[in-house]
Design a protein around this ligand. Structure first.
Ligand code: ZN
Length: 137
């Protein structure tokens, strides 16, 4: 395992950069290692820089934000289609909207969770700012 040069714990942590790295599933610190070891399972440590990632407390925020975004998109599209073409067969509504909602949710959930973990890391929340717990370095 090659470790990139470690920055001190009090090094600058720009929130936008950390969130963007998390959004793409990358370590908020180095931007190279993967943040997930499975679909939504966060890795204990970054495999590249050794940053501890288990401190995150994303909890219910990613599903809440995913439902909020997907709900607005799907309901907005449903209303738009209903307004433009009010004689669309019911089976199309029954097939398209639930499928779109599920696929959008599955796509957005890891993105939002990664961005939230990056934000928590940038703000040194939940133990992300502790120097002593950075195992693997
Ligand atoms: Zn890393």
């Amino acid at each position: 395992m090659s470790l990139v040069e470690r920055k001190p714990c009090d090094a600058e942590r720009p929130a936008a950069t950390s969130m963007r790295r998390g959004l793409f599933g990358r370590c908020p610190r180095c931007g190279e290692g993967r943040i997930y070891r499975a679909y939504l399972k966060v890795a204990e440590h970054c495999t590249v820089c050794g940053e501890s990632l288990h401190h995150h407390r994303a909890d219910d925020a990613p599903p809440y934000l995913t439902i909020l975004i997907v709900g607005h998109i799907v309901v907005g599209l449903m209303l738009l289609v209903e307004t433009l073409k009010d004689d669309a067969p019911l089976w199309i509504h029954m097939a398209v909207w639930p499928t779109l909602a599920v696929l959008l949710s599955l796509w957005l959930l890891p993105l939002i969770k990664g961005a939230l973990i990056g934000y928590q890391w940038a703000l040194k929340m939940h133990g992300f700012g502790k120097e002593t717990d950075d195992a693997g370095a």
